[in-house]
Each structure stands twice: as C-alpha cells, then as structure tokens.
Design a protein around this ligand. Structure first.
Ligand SMILES: *[C@@H]1O[C@H](CO)[C@@H](O)[C@H](O)[C@H]1NC(C)=O
Ligand SMILES: *[C@@H]1O[C@H](CO)[C@@H](O)[C@H](O)[C@H]1NC(C)=O
Ligand SMILES: *[C@@H]1O[C@H](CO)[C@@H](O)[C@H](O)[C@H]1NC(C)=O
Ligand SMILES: *[C@@H]1O[C@H](CO)[C@@H](O)[C@H](O)[C@H]1NC(C)=O
Ligand SMILES: *[C@@H]1O[C@H](CO)[C@@H](O)[C@H](O)[C@H]1NC(C)=O
Ligand SMILES: *[C@@H]1O[C@H](CO)[C@@H](O)[C@H](O)[C@H]1NC(C)=O
Length: 804
C-alpha cells in the first residue's frame, strides 16, 4: 500500500511540473535509468519537436547543460538524444528524488529554445552499507534479558525501494533484533537469553541490511559482542577432600600436598588466594599454605605421639570475595623417634643378705610412645648379676634374685636395665638401680692366729702389755664390732684375771702383776672375741703364756751350812793322798738354765795349792799328798757363782782338820765354839744328817733319771722345787706366800705389738747383759752337763724341748 501511494505521488508531481513548463515553453521530458550505456538513444527530439532532422545541422542545434559534464548529446543527423557519458544518479542527486537534469535545446535560424528535462531513474546499483565493517560491543554477563544494544543502521545510496528495507541478524542463542525500534538511525539488538562469559565469552553476530531492489542487495556488519566478566563463580577445588600421609620427622618446609582450586572467572575475579581455616592453635603452628599456589607445607614439629592425623579446612578466595572450601586430611606416620622409657614402680634398694633366692626386689614399667612395631619393647639386664628380669603383665617386669647374696663379698649392685624397641634402627635406653645389700650378723669373729704363745720375762712390771690378739669380723658396724674378754679360769687356784687383763676394744693383753718364773713357768688363758650383733657370735683362742727366767736368785749354799762356822769342819785323814775327795760344797740356784749353772772357786786358802775345787762339781780334792808338816787346820773360802748375766755369787767357808783322831776335834771345838751348848750340837747333828740324807737321795735321783733318760740333761739343781724354803736367803722376798721374786730387780720390757709371731724383746734391762739382746725365738744354751737346746716355737701350739 505504501509503495503504490508513493509511486502515485511521484507521477503527480511530474505532471504538475510539466504543466508549469508548458505554460512558458514547450518542454521535452525524458527519463533514462542511471548507468545507461553511452550511445543509448533516450528519445528523438526531432520527433518530439516536429523538426526536420535535415535542418538541424543548418540550424546549429545544440544541447546546453549547466555543468562541466555533458551526459547527453543530440545526434544532428537523426535528432536523437543519446547518452554520451555515464550517468550516476547518486552522484547527481544524492538522496533527492526524483532526480531531474535540465538541458536547454537551442536551435538557430530561427532561434528556438526548448527545455529538455531528463529524469534519471534510480536503479539498485548500491548495496546498503554500514558505517563500519565490524562493531565491538561489550555487555556484562550479568545483563538482564531485554537489554538493548544499539547499532548504527546501514545506509543505501539508492533511494526508494532500492534503499534499505530490512535487517537480518545471524542466527544465535542470545540476541534478536528489536522489531519495534526506529530503523532510521539505530538498529536495536535485544538480549534474549542471559549470557555466561564462562560458557562463551565472545559472540560474533552478523547483521545484514537488505534493500528492496531486484535483485536485492545487502550489506553486513560483524558485531563482536564481548561478554564482560562478573564474579559469578566461586573457586572450586579439584577434590572436595584431599588425603595425604606424612612422616612425623618431616623437616620444616617439607611440601605436604598441593591443592588446586579453579575459578572460571577472569582477572581479579579468577585470582585465587588460599587460606587454612585452622581448627586449633596447634595446627596453626604446624602447617602453612602458600597463598598463591595452594601448597601446604610443614611449619612446625610434627609428632605422631601428639596427634596421628590432622584435618583442616582450606578456603580458596577469589578477588571478588567468593570462596570455595575443601577438606585436607594429613595422616602422620610414626617414626621411631622415641626411646623406650623405663620407670621404676617399686624398688627395695636395701635387701638383707640372707634374702631368699627368687625374692622380688623391683617392679619396673617400660613404655614406648611410638606406635606399632616401633613400640614393641624388649628388656634385659646383665646376666652376670644374681638378678633376673621376668615379664610380668603387659609392660611390667619384675626383678628377682636368683641366688643367695653375701654382703661381705658384694655390698652393692648396680643393676642396669636396658630396653630396646622394635624400630629400625632400634632405640635403646637404660637405667641403673643401685641395690644395697644390708648386713646380717652371719660371721663370727675369727682370730688371726689359731693360738697365741707369749713369752714374758719374770719380774715384769705390772701393767706391761704382753701381747695383743686380734679377731676380724667382716660384718657391718656393730655386727662386725669385736669385743675381747678373758674366759674366767684359774691358774694354780688363782683367777686368771689376777694375772692378765685384755683391753676389750683393742685386744691388747696386759700383765696385771709381776710373774715369777720360779713360781710357775707357763699357763694358758682363753680370750673370747664377741661381736655386737644380736644375738652375738663369738669365737675363742688360747693364749699360752710362757714366763722366761731371769737371774734373780743367787746360789744358795746347802752344804756346808753357811751359819755353822766351825761346826762344819771336815776331818781329813793325815794320810790322804793327792786327788782324794775331801769334801763337797753343795749349792743350788732357784733359777734355771745358765742362771742356775753354778761354778765353784776357792777364793782364799790357808794353804794354797793343797786343795782344789771342781769348777762345776764343787768337790774339794787334795792336790798333793798331805804331809805332817801341813797345818792341821785349813780354812777355805769358796765362792759359788751362777752363770747368769750378771752372775750372782755366794761365798762360804770350809774348815778342814787334818787329823786322824776324833778326840782332837774338841780341841778344835774349843777353838771355834765360844759358847758351846748341847742344844747346838743336837742341831748340828740333825742338820748334818738331813743334809747327808738329802744329798744321797739327790744323787740317787739324778742317777736314776740319767739311767732312765740317758739323753736328758743332767741338771743338778733344777729349780726351786728342791730347795726347802727354810734355806732361802734373806734377800729373797716372799710374793703371795710363794715364789722367789727379788723386789729390787726391775727391767723394762715391751712387746712388739701387732707382730704375728708375737715375739718379744728385752731391749734394756736394769742389769746389763742378763740375756743376749735381740731375744730370739730360739735360745740355745750349752750346758756343760750335756748340751741342751730348748726350742721355743712361738708360732706353733706346743713348745718342745729337744736335746742334742
Ligand atoms: C654403683 O654405682 C655407684 C655410683 O654410680 C658407685 O659408687 C658404685 O661403686 C657402683 N657399684 C658397683 C658394684 O659397681
Ligand atoms: C646407658 O645409656 C647411656 C646413655 O643413655 C649410655 O652412654 C650407656 O652406654 C648405656 N649403658 C648401657 C649399659 O647400655
Ligand atoms: C646386724 O645384723 C642383724 C641381723 O642379724 C640386722 O638386723 C641388723 O640390721 C644388722 N646391723 C647392721 C648395722 O647392719
Ligand atoms: C709348764 O709348767 C709345768 C709346771 O708348772 C711344767 O711341768 C710343764 O712342762 C711346762 N710346760 C712347758 C711346755 O714348758
Ligand atoms: C671355745 O670354742 C670352742 C669351739 O671353738 C667351744 O666349743 C667352746 O665352748 C668355746 N669356749 C668358750 C668359753 O666360749
Ligand atoms: C787320840 O788322842 C788322845 C788324846 O789326845 C790320846 O789319848 C789317844 O791315845 C789318841 N789315839 C790314838 C790312836 O792315837
């Protein structure tokens, strides 16, 4: 409808114009399509104007056009109007329509002027053209449907129907053309379906403009629609749960796992930062995450024993604040990093030495914090100790004794318990228990010697230490403290305590009083050593005390009686020959040995050379035959000396009467006895008889002894036993009613204490040279009557008397 009305309107306008021209001049009107070929004959002017075509030349017909170009010319021969040049309507008229060209057709002779109007008809020779070949547009992916994009519309130089008639948009899912919009200036593209940059970030549309020519021409523009990102996607992890294993001794910085989240958004919206949503402060110190790369690494000391696994939430955040989450579970693998721990649960560190074998002395517990094989613990103790380790329940062990103990040998044990776990390599640990063995009074004191022999010189000082005994008790403290005491006994009816005393602590034995060899020569005493235990244990030892002789008795003259004066006169027959026994001096010495070995000497003689005396026999013999001239009365002074050091001596006088007639004796009697009395005579007789009897008995005894024991020494006067106390000289003091101690005789003696042989020495004596100093244990005396060797064996039990 619109088209037809347009066409009608164009015709109508044309008609009105031609009407106007007709009024003035006769105009010729032609129409020609543009772009017609040259030489195309538009119409015949001669026919239109009724002109003679032969006269045209003559009349100088010409066609004038205001402009540089001519476009049309008149053929002077035929009078035809033809196209001389290409006619482009668009160039001549643009969008004006109709496009009219005004020519003037001039003829001379006569001058004629005709207006020739040439209407240039449009042909569809131009396609629609968009301002640009391509258009770039941006639209947010979040743009709502119905949003419009304006595109400048296409132009077509052609007019009318040949101009742009329709637009066509290439097929796509998201955009359509807005049919309602005004197409003169813009074409609107409407968003039909919402966009997603992540699905398709760019859309390329082709918009075509189509004109109404026949055939129609079209022009296209490429529309590049760029979808602008909106942070509409949260980061997404590649896995919702990450699991990994890690050994507990991993070094700081060790990479644990790399987690990745992706965000399909772009730019900052797709920039992901990772965070650990920490569950506790502990894990915070243990792991860290690289914010940009999502790599989790170790930041602290991991310990399987504290936690065997960690679970954490990791958050990924993009630049727009969108977050995604995942869970990371890290299992911590055990490493054998814990040595077993030994703890003592109970301990008897003092055990008595008599403890029963098998007694329990300690309970120990062994733990290993590691897991699995690493926590399997084996435990041991040294097998050289009298203890053993036995498994008890679970991780408990007990230590028991295996044998009986002896504190005196080992008083403490260091029991080292070693524990080893099952790891590779295994870890060890040990502890040492110090176990003390406490004492039981199981040892009695023992003396160093089985018996002691002690030699004491007589006349010792009271209080002198004699020897010391010593006993050992290996027990502890009071169980090993030894106290000494004497076993009560009697020596010759006197309690032993009056002879000796023992220091209870030191075992030193002291003499309580002075001893007298002549009283007794030996005695034995028992010393008990007792410990302080409860009950106490004791043992005893015999101490044999030997008293050694000292020359403390001077010889005693038994015959002749010393006080007797002239009473003791021997008769010597006048006819006595030389060598005859005249008389005999009998003396005894209460000492023994050398000290009692007497020698006789004539000190003074009224007729020296007449008598001699046997040095040791005391026998007075004539040296020559007695002659008449010899004095009737002979006096001899005889000294009797013992062999001690120093020697002691006694003198006596012997009166001899050389006569054959007893009746001459009274003469002598008168001479010697002033106070003669019958009492004295009887006394003399008794004495004489008793001495003779004694002498004879003694000789017989000696002979008998000699006969029986040929090898026994002939000790004439052995000790004081034989000497009647009545003959004791006045310088002998009686001690305790018996004995012959000389009170003035003193010496200092000491014992070599601590000496095992307990020999004692007389270092200095009051009287020098009593015995050879340096008192040996053996003393050899050579006695003329036969050598006698007395061996005093101190170390042995018994002392022997041997003779050679
Ligand atoms: C036990 O150890 C202690 C101290 O460590 C030491 O004094 C003692 O002599 C040791 N005992 C043994 C029997 O080794
Ligand atoms: C006990 O352990 C210490 C150190 O822990 C070590 O020096 C020693 O040798 C171990 N002793 C034994 C008997 O294993
Ligand atoms: C001595 O031995 C007894 C058992 O005979 C014991 O009970 C006591 O503890 C011991 N004394 C010391 C000091 O060891
Ligand atoms: C001990 O003395 C007695 C007399 O008192 C004596 O018979 C005995 O032989 C002496 N023993 C020793 C070994 O000297
Ligand atoms: C001395 O010891 C013996 C055995 O060693 C014992 O038989 C005796 O009874 C003891 N004597 C005293 C007085 O303890
Ligand atoms: C002995 O002496 C007396 C008086 O002196 C004398 O009478 C007597 O005859 C003498 N006897 C002898 C045998 O000579």
């Amino acid at each position: 409808m619109a088209k037809t009305s347009k066409l009608c309107w164009a015709k109508w306008r044309l008609w009105i114009t031609s009407l106007l021209f007709c009024v003035t001049t006769a105009d010729v009107r032609y129409s020609v399509p543009e772009e017609t070929k040259t030489k195309h004959v538009i119409g015949s002017l001669s026919k239109e104007l009724n002109l003679d075509s032969n006269s045209l030349r003559f009349r100088k017909a010409r066609l004038d056009y205001q402009g540089e170009r001519r476009y049309c010319e008149v053929d002077l021969d035929s009078g035809n109007l033809f196209v001389s040049e290409r006619i482009d309507r668009e160039m001549l008229c643009g969008t004006a329509s109709p496009c009219l060209m005004h020519f003037e057709f001039i003829l001379e002779n006569p001058l004629e002027l005709h207006n020739v109007v040439l209407e240039v008809q449009d042909i569809n020779d131009n396609p629609p053209v968009f301002p640009k070949d391509s258009i770039k547009l941006e639209i947010s992916e979040a743009a709502p449907t119905g949003s419009k994009l304006q595109i400048a519309c296409a132009r077509d130089l052609d007019v009318g129907i040949n101009s742009v008639q329709t637009y066509i948009l290439s097929q796509n899912k998201h955009f359509v053309l807005d049919t309602k919009s005004n197409k003169d200036r813009y074409v609107d593209i409407v968003l039909k379906n919402s966009l997603d940059r992540e699905t398709k970030g760019e859309h390329s549309l082709i918009l075509s403009a189509v004109d109404g020519g026949n055939p129609p021409k079209s022009g296209t523009v490429v529309i590049e629609v760029l979808v602008i990102d909106v942070n509409d996607n949260a980061p997404v992890f590649s896995q919702p749960l990450y699991k990994t294993r890690l050994s507990e001794n991993s070094a700081l910085g060790t990479s644990v796992i790399k987690i990745t989240a992706t965000d399909v958004d772009e730019g900052a919206n797709g920039q992901i930062t990772y965070y650990i949503n920490h569950l506790s402060d502990n894990t915070k110190e243990l792991f860290k995450i690289n914010e940009n790369y999502g790599e989790i690494s170790v930041a602290g000391q991991l310990d399987h024993e504290k936690a065997s696994s960690y679970e954490m939430e990791v958050q990924a955040e993009d630049g727009g604040g969108q977050t995604g989450h995942c869970k990371v579970v890290i299992e911590i693998d055990d490493v054998n990093d814990n040595a077993p721990v030994i703890s003592v649960k109970s301990l008897k560190n003092q055990i008595p030495e008599n403890i029963q074998p098998g007694s329990e002395i300690a309970v120990i517990n062994v733990k290993d914090q590691d897991a699995g094989e690493n926590s399997l613990v084996t435990c041991s103790i040294s097998s050289s100790l009298p203890f053993q380790l036995q498994p008890y329940i679970k991780s408990y062990f007990i230590i028991t004794t295996t044998t009986s103990l002896d504190r005196e040998q080992v008083e403490n044990y260091n029991v080292t318990i070693t524990a080893k776990d099952g790891g590779t390599p295994p870890l060890f640990s040990n502890i040492t228990l110090n176990i003390q063995v406490s004492d039981i009074n199981d040892n009695s004191p023992t003396f160093e010697l089985q018996s002691y022999a002690v030699y004491i010189r007589e006349n010792n000082k009271a209080g002198t230490s004699v020897c010391s005994v010593s006993a050992n008790d290996p027990d502890w403290r009071q169980n090993g403290t030894v106290l000494y005491s004497l076993v009560p006994s009697e020596v010759n009816g006197v309690p032993v305590s009056s002879f000796l005393s023992v220091n209870g602590d030191t075992g030193v034995i002291h003499a309580v009083r002075a001893f007298d060899y002549e009283q007794f020569r030996n005695f034995s005493v028992k010393v008990v050593a007792r410990d302080n235990g409860s009950p106490p244990l004791s043992s005893n030892v015999t101490v044999k005390v030997f008293i050694t002789d000292e020359n403390d008795n001077s010889p005693q003259i038994l015959y002749p009686v010393p006080d007797g004066k002239s009473l003791m006169t021997e008769m010597v027959p006048k006819a006595t020959l030389s060598g005859s026994l005249v008389s005999k001096v009998i003396a005894v010495d209460a000492d023994s040995g050398q000290n009692a070995w007497l020698s006789y000497q004539i000190l003074k003689s009224s007729d020296p050379g007449l008598f001699t005396i046997g040095l040791h026999s005391g026998e007075i013999k004539t040296q020559r035959d007695i002659s008449e001239s010899d004095n009737m009365k002979q006096n001899l002074v005889i000294s009797v000396k013992d062999n001690g050091q120093p020697s002691l001596s006694t003198t006596c006088a012997v009166n001899l009467l050389i006569s054959d007639n007893l009746s001459e004796v009274p003469e002598l009697k008168d001479m010697t006895y002033e106070n003669n009395s019958s009492k004295l005579t009887s006394y003399l007789i008794i004495a004489l008889v008793s001495v003779c009897t004694f002498f004879l008995t003694f000789i017989i005894l000696i002979l008998a002894v000699k006969f029986c024991h040929r090898r026994k020494p002939r000790l004439l006067f052995d000790g004081a036993v034989a000497v009647p106390s009545a003959y004791l000289p006045p310088n002998y003091a009686e001690v305790d009613g018996a004995g012959t101690l000389r009170s003035s005789y003193n010496y200092d003696a000491y014992l070599t204490t601590g000496s095992r042989t307990s020999d004692f020495k007389f270092v200095r004596s009051y009287n020098e040279n009593t015995l050879p100093a340096g008192g040996t244990l053996r003393k050899e005396d050579n006695i003329q009557f036969g050598s006698s060797m007395i061996t005093l064996d101190v170390t042995g039990n018994e002392d022997e008397v041997r003779e050679a």
